[in-house]
Ligand binder design. Structure first.
Ligand code: ATP
Length: 323
């Protein structure tokens, strides 16, 4: 193997060691707020709370049992939308659904409930990463037990985004060694990409996300040039106030309603190296990279899970089974 390969492996191993000696707790900022929603809250009201607080997910709390009741994410709202599509006559009922009904909604539309994995905050971060990749969970609640009451408590939630940021910020010395290009390591997805055009309805795009089990759809023009990306979290403002009729409007209109602090979309080139990608992660709020050619034509997509998977598993013996 070449020096390039050798250094790449050396960098990856150092990052894996780092993840083994740090805990999930280490990823948390010194001070933070955690918004927890009561399971009895109307789904309709939960939308406003997320929007007002500029968040896209929250842990749920069952106050009757005084226990953690799972994580609310944009997938839950997509399920509600699918329910609405399958049972359009029940719109009045949809309005009355509470967060505790989410499991019934899953059952009614026939989707498998997402496995609720949680980790103890003091366990190695490496463990949380492995579980994320294994279960396809994109965020994992950190659940601890209160010494005095013996009750569960949710400390925070860690996401792939936070973990990659944590790696990028604390491993500059090691990410520097990752000099192989996106093309060389085959990072991301390049075949059978799900895309839509500006005139597609929000509903069409949601159905694509469900069909492909993905959380973002690049919006392209006739020449396959990338114009924008519609993300699963974009559905939240779309159904604010229970305005399900608006789902038939175009994605173009929906994306124009994004908050002012929308971080934008990030692109890269197949010749970009992994060290440069970590540089971008270090500096920006990225949730995926859209791979384009010199004419801005869509080539592929690199999701955060693609990056995490490569960093954790590439070259490991159980690479194939775990991936
Ligand atoms: P998130 O983006 O929510 O953090 P994730 O990292 O799993 O989650 P997804 O968008 O769900 O990202 O991607 C899952 C897999 O599907 C990845 O391997 C990614 O490369 C691929 N993928 C993502 N978007 C598309 C798309 N529009 N068409 C085809 N494949 C895609």
């Amino acid at each position: 193997t070449s020096l390039l390969d050798k250094e790449q492996m050396q960098g990856l191993r150092a990052i894996r060691e780092f993840l083994k000696v740090r805990t999930s707790y280490d990823v948390l900022p010194l001070s933070f707020r955690l918004i927890v929603l009561d399971n009895d809250l109307l789904i309709k009201k939960s939308l406003n709370i997320l929007i007002q607080n500029g968040i896209v997910s929250a842990p749920l709390w069952d106050s009757r049992r005084s226990a953690f009741a799972g994580l609310l994410t944009s997938t839950d709202y997509i399920n509600v939308i699918q329910y609405y599509c399958q049972f359009p006559d029940e719109i009045d009922q949809v309005d009355q659904f509470r967060l505790s009904s989410l499991r019934d909604i899953e059952r009614a539309i026939g989707v498998l409930p997402l496995e609720t994995v949680s980790v103890h905050p003091m366990r190695p971060l490496y463990e949380a990463c492995r579980r994320m990749l294994k279960t396809r969970a994109r965020r994992i609640p950190l659940v601890d037990v209160d010494d005095e009451t013996g009750r569960e408590m949710v400390v925070s939630v860690i996401t792939q985004y936070r973990i990659l940021k944590f790696i990028a910020v604390n491993n500059e010395k090691h990410t520097m060694l990752l000099k192989k290009s996106v093309r060389d390591i085959g990072l991301g997805t390049y075949d059978n990409l799900a895309t839509a055009d500006m005139n597609a309805s929000v509903l069409d795009v949601i159905h694509l996300m469900v069909e492909y089990n993905i959380s973002a759809i690049p919006i392209v023009d006739k020449e396959y040039k990338v114009l924008n990306v519609f993300e699963a979290v974009d559905v939240i403002p779309c159904i604010k106030g229970g305005a399900y009729e608006e789902l038939s409007s175009s994605v173009g209109d929906a994306m124009s309603k994004r908050a002012d602090d929308f971080p934008g979309i990030y692109t890269c080139n197949e010749d970009d190296r992994l060290d440069a990608i970590f540089e971008t992660i270090r500096k920006s709020k990225i949730h995926r990279l859209i791979v384009v050619d010199d004419d801005n034509r869509l080539k592929g997509i690199i999701s955060l899970s693609d990056i995490l998977k490569y960093v954790l598993l590439y070259g490991e013996e159980d690479d194939v089974q775990e991936a």
